[in-house]
Design a protein around this ligand. Sequence first.
Ligand SMILES: [Zn+2]
Length: 753
Amino acid sequence: MTAESTSLFSSLTRRSFLKTASSVAAAGALGESLDLLAQAAPKYTAILVPAGAHPAVRSAAEMLAKKLGLGEDAVHESSGAASVSKGAIVLALKSVVTDGRGALASAITRDGYAVLAQNGGLMVCGARPRSLLFAAGETHHWLERTAGLWARNPEFAMRFAAHHADHSVAEQVAILGANSFVSQLHASVSLKDEMPEVYAKLSPAVQQRLAAAEADDMKRNAALVKEFHDADVEAFADLPYGNNFSRWSEDLYNAFLAVYPSAKGVPVEHSWERAALCPSDPATWKLFEAYVRECARQSQADGVACTFWDQFGIFCHDERCRKNGLDQFKNELQVAITHYYAAVQPMGKKLHLRTWSSGCPHWLGADYVHAPGYSNFSESHYELWSRVINETPKEILIQTKVYHSDCEPDPRFTTLLGHCKPHPEIVEYQMVGQTIGRHYFPAATVAYTAWTMKKAHELIGADGGAEITPGGTNQSNYDMYADLLNSVDIFAWRELTWNLNASVTQIYADWAAQMYPAQAAPHMAKAMLLSEEAANLCWSPLGHGSSTNSDFANDIERRETLLRYTNRYYLPEYAKFLEPTKENIARIVAEKQKCLAGIDAMFVELNAAMPYLMEEQTLELATRFDWFREFAACNTALDVSLWRFRYLRAQAAMLTTDPAEIKPLAEAFDTVTQHAPKLFHYDPAQKFTCYDVPLGQLRTKPNLGSPLRLMHEIYTKSLAFMEASTGPDYLPKEFIRAEVQINIPTESQRQRM
Ligand SMILES: [Zn+2]
């Protein structure tokens, strides 16, 4: 058996092999091998589908056959109402099933399914074709049933997912239990028919390139959309990100301005948001509508999905916009979404709108990041979207991230969900590993998903939706479905969207049972359960944030910006943890000790699992657990030292200091110096399950920056604060780090003192 067999996808097809192998191992230990081997013999030998079944039903049958270790010839077509017989799994649709009292069909709601165990066989009945794919993706819930009726219905009407191009749609539908996908269905827009006057300004070379690309795109999109429809799910095409038209198409932007120069926007000085186009100029909307319509047409999808806020490009402050209010974000949003809708609605396509949550306003270099809509020196999330909510057509789907800041694990819950009615609302789970080490480390978010999913459901209701984007920010060659560790988050999302009350420990247990040999599984489940708190404590100091990408900040200014960027900064219950006091230093010391103890406990579980793991699993897990421990050693030392620095800075402002801080600061300095060279050690020939190439060939090398520069600055400045009061002789020499340059006060500073 190779390590490839451990992934959510392979568990879809090869679980019987894993299970059989581990049953045999257990049997040997118990001396009951004959009995258990007899039990491991195939229980089901045939899968029946209706003649002329929908492709989704056919795919479901083939998946089941593979999962049971049967050949494709085990799938048979039956005409008329199939009855359940011994050794057979019958796949059927609710509309054609008659089981006497109708219990089977009436147990099913929305696009769910039900399983009836009878006569030594199983009847799997789906509300519609895709329901049978949902069933095929979670046989652990029903395959072992021997009697009675079991119904499985989704908690949310809509389950959206970002499409992963490397896996078949049917498999993603099965694993995620999702019924709508957002996909990159690329369009090559030339505006030849929509705005010939703009098209005429493109160079002949560009015109030719776009025409050729359009033909290719249309062909590729048709094939992919067919794949979605064959799996009986809806497809949404991702519009270009944000609404900065100069980024959507530089060629068209220049051609457009050559014809309509008055549409050029006037930006605000020092704004992070741009003003490529002016929203008060009618030509701007003619262009947007034409472009969006063309994207929708070429995609051939059922709808389009748009994302606000990053790369906002109509923040115009010319005289027209200042006069009519279109210099305000909330008015610009309302007008933009109204025009997007006007473009797609006559085509019979849906509009999916993704709001954004991105922390508090802050400076980023010379630009001011408004990050509007998050209160605290900007308007509230609801205020920002209120005109869209109240004035745009109610069928527009509004999707909002579950969290109120994307730069911390275990963040605040969004303030917008539940306030967008009458629009259908969707809660978004961006599971891309940003704040949990980009999925390098074992770092689950199952408990967080469990409580937030429940809360979101209360707020938006069963007619709303849940969304998942599985992946890895700044990762290359990465496949979260194949991730030996963090695929648990995908698994949990699926379980919870179908059962809000699924227990966290059961989710871990079920996932581990699919991924690992039987005797290793409980330990790996425990290790991953422990990882969630360890990751929260590692990156979220006293509830505050880290870098969005979970890497080391380069200097104190950036680190403190990240604390401010977190929306908790302004809440009284969290603001008090930032007070520069000894109590808060003690708090953060205790928190970070708990983090490191949690990682030690993860290692205890890993070591207990080791004897039962396959060799490739052992190597990968040992490497990734070690990465986490080394990163955490550095990161905890940095966070604790930052709080000491903040305390000493406040003491200095009071014209005094606390020399006792020099010892722990010097120790932290030594810790970071000692551990920094050990970050991300690996053998270039080693291959992880989640990458398609060995580590040495990854396009993006595993890396989260260096802790040295920040540690150096914290130590040096802290020492300077102390020396300013104590003079150079008082502090014990053994805690002065020779390699650190101390800031000797200049003559003018000395005079001020
Ligand atoms: Zn303007």
